[in-house]
Write a protein that binds this ligand. Sequence first.
Ligand SMILES: [Mg+2]
Length: 169
Amino acid sequence: MLEKCYPDFCVKSVWELDGSFYKENNIKAVIFDIDNTLVIHKEPEPTREVLEYFEFLSSKGIKYGIVSNNKPQRVDSFCKNLGVPYASRAFKPRKKHLRRIASELGVPCENICFVGDQVFTDMLGANRMGFVSVLVMALGENETGFVAFKRIFENIVMNKYHNKRQNQG
Ligand SMILES: [Mg+2]
């Protein structure tokens, strides 16, 4: 059960996901969480940094959409000018809205990556769907926080690896 929450990748921020990441992992579409992933909670609209990143994705032919657990008012105002599939009040880790956005993007689940900042909603939901799951450090955290965050993730992955080896005998 807990294993389903483990991200496939862990990065400091969305902006680290570059062309080679998408190419190497055969990613054709990305689904983003909003709050503390793309922008901080109180930022109502996409920042210039976000819009530039979306332009970069489009330039690579990578589609994108948004799935948020936040209320429609917040998500509508964030997404209204983007012209991409999106869902509010999605109740991640439930699959319903993730599945709908994936089908609107028209890309098979294994070629979609989901980027979010929360393990029990974002990563669990993404893994249940068979997306490539990418955990980012919640925006607003500091550098020291990131080191601790990465260490926790590394420990989880290493434990998983050792357990697997033991089970294989
Ligand atoms: Mg979030």
